[in-house]
Design a binder for this molecule. Structure first.
Ligand SMILES: NC(=O)c1ccc[n+]([C@@H]2O[C@H](COP(=O)([O-])OP(=O)(O)OC[C@H]3O[C@@H](n4cnc5c(N)ncnc54)[C@H](OP(=O)(O)O)[C@@H]3O)[C@@H](O)[C@H]2O)c1
Length: 239
């Protein structure tokens, strides 16, 4: 039977590409979207769409059930300057980045979901860098909120995969080869990854035992489409 995936944050960016990638693999996808009409215009009837918002816990309880093999969570604050939530209030960054994850995990556990929770976040949260200091200024409190969301997931008891990505771009390829690592590295300018490649990594992690209960960094990717062998070679480094 095909895998059943619940995506939250799939109406743009990495989450949207993760849905495309899941469909290509023959997975059955459900998307929680706060704008179902927008979701329908993107995906037609190729996926199931449920009206939901991570700031509305009751909407998540309707969406989540124990049948899903994995939840892929790629929500980030949107709107505002640049459409990426820049210069939003500290409170709204916290509400989306941290409380959204808490609400989703609580709803999932309440609904009896016990499978893999794949969480997208940023690398370099634990090692100071100029880039992250600037990010934390334009998205106030994002470092702390991102650290706390990962901790909440780890302590939730759900099987987890936490993917800490380098800086995202919408190009096809990056200048460096794909790297998966588990060191506490500071963010650097050359740690970039295309959303397309990141989506492939997230979907490759679904049901992949080696990624369970692991937190890892990912950046680079020089091939147009990362082959399963390239991804697998990197996943084999996980301890
Ligand atoms: N930007 C970077 O350079 C960077 C670097 C490393 C890691 N990351 C991580 O990558 C992720 C973001 O990826 P991205 O930039 O590709 O995504 P994105 O384009 O910012 O998309 C964010 C998604 O979250 C949804 N969303 C926002 N608020 C929501 C809510 N209240 N309820 C439900 N859905 C909501 C948005 O829906 P709408 O369409 O309705 O707005 C959209 O689908 C984040 O987890 C971030 O930590 C980003």
């Amino acid at each position: 039977m095909s895998k059943q995936i619940l995506v939250i944050g799939g109406t743009r960016g990495t989450g949207k590409l993760a849905i495309d990638c899941s469909i290509d693999r023959g997975y059955s996808v459900t998307l929680v979207a706060r704008d179902p009409a927008k979701a329908r215009s993107l995906f037609g009837d190729t996926i199931r769409i449920i009206d939901g918002d991570v700031t509305r816990p009751e909407s998540l309880q309707t969406a989540i059930n124990s049948d899903f093999d994995a939840i892929i969570y790629t929500v980030d604050i949107t709107g505002g300057v640049g459409g990426r939530g820049f210069f939003a209030s500290r409170q709204s960054v916290r509400e989306i980045v941290y409380d959204g994850v808490v609400n989703t995990i609580n709803a999932a556990k309440k609904q009896g979901f016990q499978n893999q929770f794949i969480l997208l976040t940023t690398l370099g949260l634990e090692a100071p860098s100029i880039i992250m200091t600037v990010l934390d200024t334009i998205k106030p409190g994002v470092i702390r909120a991102s650290q706390d969301k990962a901790t909440y997931l780890i302590e939730s008891g759900l099987p987890y995969t936490i993917v800490q990505a380098g800086a995202l771009h919408d190009g096809n390829v990056s200048s460096e080869p794909l790297v998966v690592s588990q060191a506490d590295i500071p963010m650097q300018l050359n740690y970039q990854i295309s959303r397309q490649h990141l989506a492939q990594i997230l979907v490759a992690a679904v049901g992949n035992a080696i990624t369970l209960d692991k937190t890892f960094n990912v950046y680079g990717g020089q091939e147009l489409l990362l082959s399963p062998a390239i991804i697998d070679e990197q996943f084999q480094k996980l301890r």
